[in-house]
Design a protein around this ligand. Structure first.
Ligand code: UTP
Length: 502
């Protein structure tokens, strides 16, 4: 049976008629579903996105050095340069806002996690902690803990609204997971799970790719798909209804993330910022991270490939890198800023190109898995809204306390489950030592300090008779006991035997 003339004409208008090559092999139901998919799509808009994105692919990466400036000192705060008293005052102003239920948290969890390679959402991953907690559980418990801290400080029990962005492939397992676990102790009405959009994948020549004979290959529209979803999925309206005024955003894969960090938010409030980026110091000039700066008149995250080595190596008088504010995807927005961006600026955010190996149905109708990139996914980036901010600040935190992302499967050189597990255990060891506890193993030998996440081969094998070898300090502290190292005073001067779970 020949493809229906109306559908063919529609697709021909945009050079996409190849999508009907297998029409006659589809069942009636499949044809109906495919027709619905194609007619639901705004072909002019989507092909327009491709044209704009393809245009950007033809430019060799432009270097931005001549247009870049570092931020002014008055816009840059840092944990390491702030007195304990000021840190406490920042936190207190956030507790006030939390106690009035004016704080919302946005979690980006719509990614496909292809490098980690699991068949389920990354938030459901357990990095092998003694407690076996998943990333979602750790984050939910941090939110509970923060609510409790705010209540203790202010005497008022406010609620934090948690907004979780998922995508077509993660929405159902994520929603089911939270429901099965009773929202990890949070109230269901304060956990709002929503879905970002998808876009068709294209070949480099601008043809949409068939993922099945009667379905397009689609991918989430990037973490910047957030802004469109905030409107379409009723998130902004929910925030407005709940009276949310301040929002912190983070990525699902950071095992150390201080969800809703009261110090960061307090700094933003003190500076009356409408938008802010929490950063870590770039480790070395050639580290492949995006850095936060001003490009001409606008705030931006500039990729490592967009600056020359000379700029990357430029140093301040104190030896620190001029362009050293590394992006870790933790942001702050006022509700008013977010609403303005969603209503007026979302359309002007352009898509970035991700060249990928995209499985496709070939002319013979077989599914082919290419071994090299054969097409593009189009993605918006969440930080591209910095350009619309008038009052923007950055807050620098310590990497070993706040940033360890889960990106890769075991066996990769970094950002593996073992890397994340050790980063968390090292932090908890640090908290206990700061509290004044002594950590020993079963034989009474004092545990060596875990400076940075240990390597994959590091273990606490009981048969290991190499006295010099460090062992991984199995001390894990539940977020319900301590949000960020507080509440451990009772262990001062105490000897604690490992392994230990508090
Ligand atoms: P990454 O770019 O690291 O992607 O996402 P990923 O999906 O986790 O992993 P790979 O690249 O497929 O291996 C950074 C953050 O942005 C979210 C992810 O869930 C993660 O929290 N993200 C990414 C979205 O929410 N939507 C997207 O479309 C892409």
């Amino acid at each position: 049976m020949a493809p229906p003339a109306d559908l063919l004409a529609l697709l021909q208008g945009h050079g996409q008629e190849h999508l009907l090559d297998h029409w006659d092999s589809l069942t009636q139901d499949q044809q109906d579903a495919f027709r619905a998919e194609l007619t639901d799509l705004d072909l002019a808009e989507v092909c327009g996105y491709f044209a704009r994105t393809a245009e950007s692919m033809t430019h060799t990466t432009e270097k931005l050095d001549d247009k870049m400036h570092p931020l002014q000192e008055s816009q840059c705060g840092a944990v390491g340069k702030t007195s304990d008293r000021e840190l406490a005052s920042y936190a207190n102003s956030s507790y006030e806002e939390i106690s009035k239920s004016r704080v919302g948290i946005l979690l980006l969890a719509g990614g496909q996690g292809t490098r980690l390679g699991t068949s389920y959402p990354k938030g459901m991953y357990n990095v092998g902690l003694p407690s076996q907690k998943t990333l979602f559980q750790l984050q939910a418990e941090r939110i509970s803990s923060l609510q409790k801290l705010a209540e203790e400080k202010t005497g008022r029990a406010g609620k934090i609204a948690w907004y979780i962005m998922t995508s077509a492939s993660t929405v159902k397992p994520t929603s089911d997971f939270f429901a099965e676990h009773n929202y990890f102790g949070l109230e269901a009405e304060n956990v709002f799970i929503f879905q970002q959009g998808t876009l068709p994948c294209f070949t480099f020549e601008g043809k949409m790719i068939l993922g099945e004979k009667g379905a397009l290959s689609r991918a989430p529209d990037g973490n910047g798909g957030l802004y469109r979803a905030l409107k379409q999925e009723g998130v902004l309206a929910d925030m407005k209804g709940k009276g949310v005024k301040y929002i912190q955003l983070y990525c699902v894969d950071n095992v150390l993330v201080k969800v809703g960090d009261p110090v960061f938010m307090g700094y933003c409030l003190a500076k009356e910022a409408e938008c802010a980026n929490k950063v870590v110091r770039k480790g070395f000039p050639t580290e492949a991270v995006g850095i936060t700066c001003k490009v001409e008149e606008h705030y931006q995250v500039v990729e490592y490939s967009e600056i020359t080595q000379k700029s990357a190596e430029k140093r301040n008088k104190d030896g620190s890198l001029v362009y050293g504010a590394a992006n870790i995807c933790i942001h702050f927005f006022t509700f008013d800023f977010l609403e303005r961006v969603v209503m007026f600026n979302e359309d002007s955010l352009h898509h970035h190109v991700a060249k990928k190996k995209i499985p496709y149905v070939n002319a013979e109708g077989s599914l082919v898995k290419p071994d090299k990139p054969n097409g593009i996914k189009m993605e918006k980036f969440v930080f591209d809204v910095f350009q619309f901010a008038k009052n923007f600040v950055v807050w620098e935190c310590l990497r070993d306390e706040e940033f360890a992302p889960l990106k890769n499967a075991e066996g990769a050189p970094d950002f593996t489950p073992t890397y994340c597990r050790n980063a968390l255990l090292a932090l908890h060891q640090k908290w206990l030592r700061i509290a004044g506890a002594k950590l020993v193993d079963a034989s009474g030998k004092e545990a060596a300090q875990m400076g940075s996440p240990a390597g994959e081969n590091n273990n606490n094998d009981a048969d290991n008779n190499n006295d010099e070898k460090d062992f991984v300090v199995m001390a894990e502290i539940s977020p319900l006991v301590s949000y960020a190292g507080e509440n451990l005073g009772q262990y001062k001067g105490k000897t604690l035997q490992l392994p230990l779970s508090l």
